[in-house]
Design a protein around this ligand. Sequence first.
Ligand SMILES: [Zn+2]
Length: 225
Amino acid sequence: MVKIFIDPGHGGDDAGAEGNGLVEKDLVLTISLEMQSILNRYQGVEVQLSREDDRAVGLSERAQMANDWEADYFISVHVNAGGGSGFESYVHPNRFEETEDKRETMHRVIVNTLDVTDRGEKEADFAVLRETEMSAILTENLFVDNDEEAEKLSNPSFLTEIAQAHVDGLVDIFDLEEVEGNDQEDDVLYIVQVGAFENEENAKRLAEELEAQGYETHIRRETRS
Ligand SMILES: [Zn+2]
């Protein structure tokens, strides 16, 4: 079982980057929740988030949560500001070699998928990278204060693309496979029928009995074929 810890940056009083009406803490939460739901389609993978709503979580607390859970990989998701464009990724200067390998894959897949400016593979002494005991990466996904990129980030389907790009990287790194038959399962409904009557009153009587027992009922009129 591969354990992926996703860390949506900021939250609560800490809004993160802001620009063009966009707020980092909200964007990264959307991306992270989307990553979680996409990863649910894969087998052999467990996901935990540092926050699933808009709340403040300390940096050390985020790392500690991942350490306690014994995550295999830590991904901190951010969006950028400060004048610029594109995608960049960070690992800690004292990283393990496997952290660098994983980062190279994530970075390459994300830049290629999103087709954005590559700002480079960087390193920084960020607390979440320093205090996590497993391989860790921090991604900075486009700039909220860049008009063109803000327009992209305003589009929910682009946020899904960012999430999908991160998952594609993880699929590559951990050889994740989709749950079999998953595509069909989503569209299938199993309906339980309890009676078919020639007399409408009898149908209504049964429906009332079932409703009295707390079931939701529907009477459907059909012509005998
Ligand atoms: Zn941030």
